[in-house]
Ligand binder design. Structure first.
Ligand code: 2PG
Ligand code: MG
Length: 432
């Protein structure tokens, strides 16, 4: 039998859901199987994320072009990977990181490296004629000691957008619902979708606008986070579901975004809180409302604050580090050692390769931290994160509202995989 190798690599400058340029890459194997992957892009990017290489040429796309990243794939990266065994994902990712030679992937850019990494992963699944989630699972078995079998994740639907994702004055970035009281993914998603539609009716009846933000959730001009929460609770009730039983609320304040000179500045609400006050505010919210998860409740460098937040809320509430951990194995290890947070948000482009992403998830899961697979606010038609959530048995996925194809495509992929391959849904007691 002839040896399977990477035969060709192509890269393209395409667009993401915000109309900004992003990178797509195609990997073609010697057996002619091939696959395309698209890279997403964040708006509220953390300081510790791998570098997203943009051209900074103001004459194109306000400086956001990605031709440099595309050229790296079409030249240096292509040279590096042609002839390699595509099934050895670890070696391919390792070669790319080594050739880049920087901690933050600032030589080639994480957007070029990740495009190649996912395209190769997808091409490998194609050449094995298996769905992507199965291929991911087979690789993960060699990385993780947890021995999990593939499961469908519970969705976290961001139905009300604020912060950097919307043109309103709500300080918190994401108000999500998590339908936990269901036995299948499709019934959990249906619950989320019905509440989303009820929320639209409610906003209309109260004369708020029903335009949507970057992640497909509504972005009405509300004054406070509590006002947003109350509206969502009303929508849950009119949909016939029970908050705190069928469905819970999850928040992503993305608080690094409004941290100024050591304090949390709520511009929309006109208030300024220090770390202690912020912790007690989050505590008040969780005691008043059925909130079971808070992401980036504190700033990405506020390790001491995070420690006391975890001490006071960590046994009752899922505390997710997004900007805090940046999907970075080193930062996650530090979090585990210092008892900071209890969950990790997983975004492949924060770290830049699928192999490092798997390492981040395995460290989290092996230490009892939940790993929540996540989209970025700038997305594409790429649905790899759906397969990732299943293959790593992560248990949770956050991928926006059930509106806009860049979000819905992920949910549709999950719906189809659930029904086609009869994959079990994560059990409620394993979620948080
Ligand atoms: C977040 C993400 C995704 P962004 O903060 O969790 O929701 O937003 O991609 O803009 O960083
Ligand atoms: Mg976040």
């Amino acid at each position: 039998m002839t040896k399977l190798t990477i035969k060709d690599v192509l890269a393209f400058e395409v667009l993401d859901s915000r109309g900004n340029p992003t990178v797509a890459a195609e990997v073609i194997l010697s057996d002619n199987s091939s696959s395309l992957a698209y890279v997403p892009s964040g708006a509220s990017t953390g300081k510790y994320e791998a570098l997203e290489l943009r051209d900074q040429d103001k004459s194109r796309f306000q400086g956001k072009g990605v031709l440099k990243a595309v050229n790296f794939i079409n030249n240096e990266i292509k040279e590096l990977v042609i002839g390699l065994d595509p099934l050895d994902q670890k070696a391919i990712d390792g070669n790319l990181c080594k050739a880049d030679g920087t901690d933050t992937k600032k030589a080639f850019g994480a957007n070029s490296i990740l495009a190649l990494s996912i395209a190769n992963l997808r091409a490998s699944a194609a050449c094995k004629s298996i769905p992507l989630y199965k291929h991911i699972h087979s690789l993960y078995k060699d990385v993780s000691k947890t021995n999990r079998t593939p499961t469908l994740p519970v969705p976290m639907l961001n139905i009300l957008n604020g912060g950097a994702h919307a043109d309103n004055s709500i300080d918190f970035q994401e108000f999500m619902i998590q339908p936990l009281g269901f036995n299948t993914f499709k019934s959990a998603l249906r619950c989320g979708v019905e509440i989303f539609h009820e929320l639209k009716n409610l906003l209309k009846n109260k004369n708020f606008n029903t335009s949507v933000g970057d992640e497909g959730g509504f972005s009405p001009q509300l004054k406070t986070a509590e006002e947003a929460i109350e509206l969502i609770l009303e929508a849950i009730k009119t949909s016939g579901y029970k908050a705190g039983k069928d469905v819970f609320l999850c928040l992503d304040p993305a608080s690094s975004e409004f941290f100024q000179e050591g304090k949390y500045f709520f511009e929309g609400e006109d208030k300024l809180l220090d770390t202690e006050e912020m912790i007690s505010y989050l505590k008040t919210l969780t005691s008043k409302y059925p909130i079971n998860s808070i992401e980036d409740g504190l700033h990405e460098d506020d390790w001491e604050g995070w420690k006391s937040l975890t001490k006071s809320l960590g046994s009752d509430v899922q505390l997710i580090g997004d900007d805090l951990f940046a999907t970075n194995p080193k930062r996650i290890r530090r979090g585990i050692e210092e008892k900071v947070a209890n969950s990790v948000l997983i975004k492949m482009n924060q770290i830049g390769t699928i192999s490092e992403t798997m390492e981040a998830v395995s460290i989290s899961q092996e230490n009892g931290y939940k790993a929540v697979i996540s989209h970025r606010s700038g997305e594409t038609e790429d649905t790899s994160i759906s397969d990732l959530a299943i293959g790593l048995a992560a248990g949770q996925i956050k991928t926006g509202a059930p509106s806009r194809t860049d979000r819905v495509s992920k949910y549709n992929r999950l719906l189809i995989l659930e029904q086609k391959f009869k994959i079990p849904f994560i059990k409620e007691n394993e979620v948080i």
